[in-house]
Design a protein around this ligand. Structure first.
Ligand SMILES: [Zn+2]
Ligand SMILES: [Zn+2]
Ligand SMILES: [Zn+2]
Ligand SMILES: [Zn+2]
Length: 267
């Protein structure tokens, strides 16, 4: 059954044109709809949209896309690719059609799929309830999910702290992000603060500079969960939240996170 109706699709599409984040006032103007209409769509789809309270202009909250449609990182990996077959909840696409600035090495005889219209990809899209998305919106969602400037990705670099000069993800302790009580390290190298200079710069760049910090952390947590558990994202948040740190370690090893720069694709 489709996850989104026509109004929610319109909101999703509009947000995907503005790097997955927009002010309520801007959305009202774009969609020519009252605030209440937009807020009711957001409230009805907690695993598609998130509302972030503004701290600059009261009432002009931000709306972000938390829905994610990630490509399988094992699919193109030698020697065997993804071995999960039907159990894999991620798209199986040649990285060149998803990742920014990536050219296919074998454009005329690529063994990897360049199409969404395969049995595997059709199944993933239907399982996610996204079968009624217009092709253009679907492609924008896939590209946004793979692009750090259009999604909300927390850095999974190990060991901590990440010193990658090109890392374009938020630097925050994964355990702290899941719940402030989960990290037991008093001097955690992964960091518990959004107010470091690097994160201040990042949030400014990402359009999140004037937003309630707790809402920012919740935003990244939901997107992270959607990236890892895309096939079960419809369950309540509590059920996705592993209560045991041991389980979180398992999830961290099952990462499908990616790091890209600029999208440039045709399907
Ligand atoms: Zn796979
Ligand atoms: Zn290819
Ligand atoms: Zn990093
Ligand atoms: Zn920590």
């Amino acid at each position: 059954m489709p996850l989104l109706d026509v109004n929610a699709i319109a909101l999703l599409h509009t947000l995907l044109t503005t790097n997955s984040l927009s002010r309520l006032s801007t959305l009202c103007a774009s969609l020519q709809a009252p605030i209440e209409h937009i807020l009711s769509i957001v409230a009805a789809h907690p695993f598609v949209f998130a509302r972030l309270r503004a701290i600059d202009t009261p009432g002009d909250d931000r709306i972000a896309v938390v829905l994610d449609l990630t490509n399988c990182t094992f699919y193109a990996r030698p020697p065997n690719g993804c071995t999960k077959d039907n159990a894999c909840p991620y798209l199986h696409l040649c990285p060149s059609v998803v990742l920014p600035n990536r050219r296919c090495q074998r454009p005329h005889d690529c063994p990897l799929s360049h199409s969404l219209d395969t049995e595997h990809n059709r199944r993933v899209i239907i399982e996610r309830g996204l079968e009624n998305l217009p092709q253009k919106t679907l492609i924008m969602l896939i590209l946004a999910s793979a692009d750090p400037s259009k999604t909300f990705a927390v850095c999974h670099h190990k060991p901590k702290p990440c010193r990658e000069p090109n890392c374009d993800d938020l630097h925050l302790c994964y355990f702290y992000m899941c719940s402030p009580h989960l990290c037991k390290y008093g001097d955690c190298k992964a960091g518990h603060s959004l107010a470091t200079q690097r994160n201040i710069d990042y949030l400014e760049r990402r359009g999140l500079a004037h937003v309630e910090p707790l809402d920012i952390i919740a935003l990244f947590r939901i997107v992270d969960e959607n990236k890892k558990h895309s096939h079960i994202y419809r369950y309540p948040l509590e059920q996705q939240h592993p209560a045991q740190p041991m389980m979180i370690m398992t999830l961290m090893m099952d990462e499908h996170g990616q790091h890209q720069q600029q999208p440039m694709i045709m399907f």
